[in-house]
Design a protein around this ligand. Structure first.
Ligand SMILES: C[S@@+](CC[C@H](N)C(=O)[O-])C[C@H]1O[C@@H](n2cnc3c(N)ncnc32)[C@H](O)[C@@H]1O
Length: 304
């Protein structure tokens, strides 16, 4: 551990929290962390130590022994060195689900939680209209940690969910997350770009995806803890063809999506309009959806 970490004078919850915040604030300057972010990060490390969820964080009155302070110090070291806090503590929360995180998959982002809501709404709306018989079937393309597929299954337990990824290590993480949560999803290894998508049902009610969408030319300007610590396979697309995944999704929608089905994908805010244009489903209704910050975040199509 680094020499310049001084342990807190007291081992109460309050003192340890103050120590973490102050150390992050002193050392975080180089990667321009604001006070608010230091506080959130300190809380996150303490929650990681106790396996606590955010809501119960302030309610604890406890003292920390030497081993625990050592562990927190080691985590501080890794965070200050640029490792994402979710990798350091090993988990994150997504729509109330606790998901393991590691370097084989993208860390689930808060904005993707809203994408799940928009997808559920889109499929539900058409279900009412179609009075469908039999189980609703949906597919998540590029599942990573499994966050979207698992959140759908948790919200709609009677739906059948498939989730595909090209990466074996991401699928291993997703499968482990599903098993830990007791949520049944059909995990499929496949390549969306080549169209070799493996064993999916012949017809489905919804397709959802948060595909890679950052043009490679943006790499140099990205935060180092994203650029260097999260898988390039999950992040980047060629500068010359930033919409390649959206075209591949349109091909799968033509093949798999039933009448009244919902196709939804998260997008780069600069490309949402182009994605809407490139999806040319026959007689489809298309919406560009904006997130809580006002950025155009996703495109949804309902096929009539
Ligand atoms: C932006 S990440 C999204 C992960 C997760 N769905 C989420 O929202 O956090 C994109 C995912 O697509 C996967 N991927 C990349 N190329 C792919 C391909 N050709 N076919 C299928 N999946 C692919 C990556 O491995 C990665 O897990």
């Amino acid at each position: 551990m680094r020499q310049w970490f001084h342990f807190p004078k007291d081992n109460t919850d309050r003192a340890v929290r103050r120590w973490l915040r102050a150390t992050l604030s002193e050392t975080g300057a180089s990667w321009s962390m604001e006070e608010r972010e230091c506080a959130a990060l300190a809380d996150r490390l303490m929650a990681g130590l106790d396996d606590r969820h955010r809501a119960t964080l302030e309610a604890v009155d406890r003292r920390y022994d030497e081993g625990e302070l050592d562990r927190l110090g080691g985590w501080l070291d890794r965070v200050v060195s640029g490792e994402p806090v979710q990798h350091v503590v090993g988990w994150t929360e997504f729509r109330g689900l606790r998901l393991a995180c590691n370097a084989s998959a993208l860390i689930p982002r808060p904005e993707t939680e809203e994408v799940v809501t928009w997808f559920l709404e889109g499929v539900d709306r058409m279900m009412d209209f179609r009075r469908r018989k039999g189980p609703v079937k949906v597919v998540d393309f590029g599942t990573g940690s499994g966050c979207i597929a698992l959140a759908i299954k948790a919200a709609r337990p009677h739906w059948e969910v498939w989730a595909l990824d090209v990466s074996d290590s991401a699928l291993a993480l997703a499968r482990a997350n599903g098993a830990a949560l007791g949520l049944e999803v059909n995990w499929v290894q496949g390549d969306l770009l080549s169209g070799a998508v493996g064993d999916l049902p012949q017809s489905v009610d919804g397709l959802v995806s948060n595909p890679p969408y950052i043009p490679l030319k943006e790499r140099a300007d990205m935060d180092a803890h994203v650029r260097d610590k999260e898988p390039a396979l999950a992040l980047f697309v060629p500068d010359a063809d930033p919409l390649c995944f959206y075209r591949a999704l349109a091909v799968q929608a033509e093949r798999l999506l039933q009448e009244g089905g919902c196709l939804l994908a998260e997008c780069h805010f600069q490309f949402a309009r182009q994605v809407a244009d490139c999806w040319q489903l026959e007689a489809a209704e298309t919406e560009v959806l904006s997130d809580l910050q006002g950025a155009e975040r996703a495109v949804r199509q309902i096929r009539h």
